[in-house]
Design a binder for this molecule. Structure first.
Ligand SMILES: [Zn+2]
Length: 252
């Protein structure tokens, strides 16, 4: 038996650490990156031929901001898809109903918006999503087709629950990141410049508090975003309108 070369040992240790690190990195990308569908099918973009774009709004309905956003969309001839939190829908059902009557699309963003055990225990997630489906059914008269997981997190449990409920997971092509940063005029312009035909754009109408400086900025600069997109000839519609002609489904 030849003596172990310390250099070889060190190299092997570094290689092992790099492999483990790459594994963790790959898993993290699969869980968080909106375009990665490592664990199952989902949609992050619609057909790129044509001129349609889908605007999506998460975390509502909110008593202060959702109706204002809906009015701005209407004044620009646009419609959006609202990924509603079931619990908020129970509290502000009239806001949800008004959205539906105005021609916007309502979709599932889970009942509790839990990011802990809800996303990792299958029975919990299925029950949570089913509860949101029922709330949406009561308001719109039909079960929604689309589900955006809380914070966009995907794992095998999330994909399995979506499959059981017949829901298509939808992430996004571009995000305003207005859950964390204020959508200033500069950010709205930058976001508009990135949008292309087929893009799914993620914004927020909801907020965890009755008043939110972040959401106020979204409302204030949404007209600018819509004007910039319309000026480029992009049609601003719902997810169903965008994906009706097919979608780039990324299979695991
Ligand atoms: Zn959310």
């Amino acid at each position: 038996m030849s003596p172990v070369d310390p250099e070889s040992l060190r190299a092997a240790a570094i290689a092992a650490a790099a492999t483990a690190g790459a594994g963790v990195l790959t898993a993290a990308i699969g869980v968080f990156h909106p375009r990665a569908m490592l664990f199952g099918p989902g949609v992050w973009r619609g057909p790129t031929q044509g001129s349609s774009v889908a605007l999506t709004f998460d975390d509502g309905p909110h008593p202060l901001y959702t109706a204002r956003i809906a009015e701005i969309l209407a004044s620009h001839g646009a419609r959006g898809t609202f990924f509603c939190i079931g619990r908020e829908l129970d509290r502000f059902a009239a806001v949800g109903r008004a959205l539906h009557l105005a021609g916007h699309e309502l979709a599932n963003h889970s009942h509790r918006h839990g990011t802990g055990a809800d996303l990792f225990v299958s029975s919990r997630l299925v029950a949570d999503l089913a509860r949101c489906q029922e709330a949406l059914l009561q308001i719109t008269g039909s079960r929604p087709r689309y589900y955006r997981p809380a914070v966009g997190i995907r794992n095998p449990v999330v994909h399995d629950a979506a499959r059981r409920l017949g829901l298509t997971i939808v992430t996004w092509t571009h995000s305003a990141r207005d859950g964390v940063f204020a959508m200033t005029a500069k950010r709205a312009k930058r976001l508009a410049s990135r949008v292309r035909p087929g893009s799914i754009v993620a914004l927020h109408d909801g907020a965890s508090l009755p008043r939110s400086g972040l959401r106020e900025q979204t409302v204030q600069n949404l007209p600018l975003l819509l004007e910039q997109l319309s000026a480029r000839g992009l049609r601003l519609g719902t997810l169903s309108e965008l994906l009706g002609g097919g979608a780039d489904l990324m299979q695991a």
